[in-house]
Design a protein around this ligand. Sequence first.
Ligand SMILES: *[C@@H]1O[C@H](CO)[C@@H](O)[C@H](O)[C@H]1NC(C)=O
Ligand SMILES: *[C@@H]1O[C@H](CO)[C@@H](O)[C@H](O)[C@H]1NC(C)=O
Ligand SMILES: *[C@@H]1O[C@H](CO)[C@@H](O)[C@H](O)[C@H]1NC(C)=O
Ligand SMILES: CC(=O)N[C@H]1CO[C@H](CO)[C@@H](O)[C@@H]1O
Length: 401
Amino acid sequence: MGRLFSFAVVGALLFLVASAVSAAAAEEGQQRQRPNKTSYGGGGGIFWATDDGDLLSAMESDDPSASPDDDLAGAFSSLDSMLQWAIGHSDPEKLRDKANDVQRLSANDLQKRQVEIKELMERLKVPSDSELMQISIADLNNSSTSLEDRQHALNELLILVESIDNANDLSKLGGYVAVVQELHNSEPGIRTTSAWIIGMASQNNALLYNKILELGVLKILMKMTRSSFTEEAIKALYAISALIRNNDHGQELFYLENGNSMLQDIMSNSSIDIRLHKKIAFLVADLADYQFHNEIVKLPFLSSHLFLKSVVDLALSADLDLQEKVLMAIRSLLKLTSTDALDFKDFCGLDRVLDRMRMQLEKLMNVEEYGDYAKEVEDLRREVHTIFHRKLEKRMRTRHG
Ligand SMILES: *[C@@H]1O[C@H](CO)[C@@H](O)[C@H](O)[C@H]1NC(C)=O
Ligand SMILES: *[C@@H]1O[C@H](CO)[C@@H](O)[C@H](O)[C@H]1NC(C)=O
Ligand SMILES: *[C@@H]1O[C@H](CO)[C@@H](O)[C@H](O)[C@H]1NC(C)=O
Ligand SMILES: CC(=O)N[C@H]1CO[C@H](CO)[C@@H](O)[C@@H]1O
């Protein structure tokens, strides 16, 4: 099979690449690698042959834990990722030296190098990202594919759609139909990865989120947020947030699908995993900010006193991180002209909640390991208090005259 590479070949490749990158690129190499790529091993991608350890020493990996067993044996989804990995694991000093050498090469020589690399890549017949996506889609679309292989195909897609170009290409290949189908799989792990792919692909991708919404995903994702498998609920919420953030149409659909009650159910369930509460607080702040900046009322429930109370009640948590996120959500909600300061005061008891929080934070500020963070949250708490009372004064003035 043409997808097994020997270290010799890779070594040659690495040398060519090292020679062809600019010094600047070499310095960035460490950051540009996608660090978690290798953690999804076995995804039907390319495997390194580990019978020749030479390259490892040649590369003088600066990471002592990078043994062939746990790292090199991982799958690479494309040549690009393999090269990025190789650059990331090689000695930056040496790479920079080589790159400096390259700068002394003539334009002609450089071009020759590039042609060599291209030829080598063609000879290796490395599948392109697009080909890898097609393989994964075909696996998902084949009803005889085992659960294990289905999971592998999804893992592969998850890595690939990190790139926005691939995420868009997957749409052209009809891949999201296959992924959405897996949201209905009886295996929670498969549903979870599918939701994760949808979230990853739609995140900040205005070209894509409405295309995915057209596939009718919102309803099933909302159902998944009620899953007793926490990871599934978390990834479903992640996907929903990615689909509706900064997206009028998405928010409209979310409203029509009764997103309000989904948010309320999660907020008022005290036995739910705290990560879900954090994600909800973050999402609420985001939705309120969007409404504030666009002056559109797509989500009238953001001003309902019952909804506001659920948000404010989350601030009673002892978790600092959640407190901070909830304060941000309250701050954003207070800024909306559609919310009533009296609801915050009388119905939500915001003064009492903020007071209680202040006492807790004052205690934490004296605890070494929380000190700075608690101070930050206290600053935010004070800001919320100020905004609240300003809004309240304004409200009282309009009421009395
Ligand atoms: C579907 O998968 C089965 C089992 O892996 C395989 O034998 C068959 O050729 C596949 N069908 C298609 C259309 O790819
Ligand atoms: C999936 O398979 C069906 C036939 O079983 C075919 O019509 C469809 O085009 C395939 N979809 C993709 C994306 O390959
Ligand atoms: C609250 O969450 C837990 C854990 O996810 C779930 O088992 C329970 O059914 C939920 N309760 C309600 C009232 O939805
Ligand atoms: C998204 C993700 O899994 N990120 C992880 C990548 O790997 C680093 C180091 O192993 C982790 O700290 C990240 O959380």
